[in-house]
Design a protein around this ligand. Structure first.
Ligand SMILES: [Zn+2]
Ligand SMILES: [Zn+2]
Length: 270
């Protein structure tokens, strides 16, 4: 049992598939009960955005949550994708041509090339439908919603293409799979790197964040504690990984990969 104090966040809707929670005025978490990542609706004074959108099968319920707060789908000016994993982007094709779809350039590239391995298509069993990324984001971009100003931070590690969004004035940190409540680690996937992950967490630690809005799990009002735990765990993972590679005898395991590269190069020379 946790001795955490009761959540300060207000639940607005709760059905079999998802929960709609108010994180701050005009900021809503849509939290799914299956493997889909959380989606966030931010209704600014001049623009409305969605951050991640979950799995395609959940889309009708996502729309129901938007309806509940009086936001029609066509009012969403931009969908920002935190990274390429399909639990975050699966339903994005529903917004093709309707909203601007934005992602870090490395995520945009993977999504546009339909790189199923990077997007974990088998794991999430999502339909193979193209998602059109309209805007390729970089560190230092600013998404101005009027009363919210979201700074785009490039925070690789979980994959090579992760971004976090930070509103300095309100201390809102949208950290997707890079930082989660309680310091839960998002894991390091194909294009990711544990040392990049550590550096990204160190950068998030330096922010004056007040509310953590993650890709999975509850909202957190203790982001400083969460990031400290995550950094400790990530150092643990780094030493575990070194031991794991020793135990696996990495050289013999890399040989089939190196051989396939040599074979491929031979074909090109022919
Ligand atoms: Zn995720
Ligand atoms: Zn992920």
């Amino acid at each position: 049992m946790s001795d955490r104090p009761p959540s300060p966040f207000v639940t607005l809707l709760n059905n079999d598939v998802c929960t709609l929670i108010e994180a701050a005025p005009d900021v809503f978490q849509i939290r799914f009960k299956n493997r889909a990542a959380n989606a966030y609706l931010v209704r600014g004074s001049s623009r409305t955005i969605l951050i991640d959108i979950g799995l395609s099968s959940n889309f009708p319920y996502l729309k129901q949550c938007l309806d509940h707060v009086g936001c029609a789908l066509d009012e969403i000016d931009m969908l920002v994708l935190s990274h390429e994993h399909l639990d975050h982007v699966g339903a994005a094709y529903h917004l093709n041509g309707r909203s601007i779809i934005a992602a870090h350039r490395l995520a945009a590239n993977k999504i546009m090339l339909r790189d199923d391995f990077s997007m974990l298509r088998k794991m999430f069993n999502e339909p193979s439908v193209p998602i059109n990324v309209d805007l390729w984001l970089e560190e230092g971009n600013l998404i101005d919603l009027g009363n919210f100003r979201l700074n785009v931070m490039y925070t690789p590690g979980h994959t090579s293409a992760c971004i976090s969004l930070f509103d300095q004035d309100q201390g809102l940190l949208f950290a997707a799979d890079t930082l989660m409540p309680g310091g839960v680690m998002g894991g390091v996937f194909g294009s990711g790197s544990i040392s990049d992950y550590i550096q990204s967490l160190e950068r998030l630690k330096g922010l004056n964040s007040k509310i953590l809005l993650s890709g999975h799990g509850r909202l957190s009002d203790t982001p400083q504690d969460d990031v400290r735990i995550a950094i400790q765990r990530s150092h643990g993972l780094l030493s575990d990984t070194a031991q794991l590679f020793d135990a696996l005898d990495a050289r013999s395991n890399f040989e089939p990969i190196m051989q396939s590269v040599r074979d491929l190069n031979k074909l090109d020379d022919a």
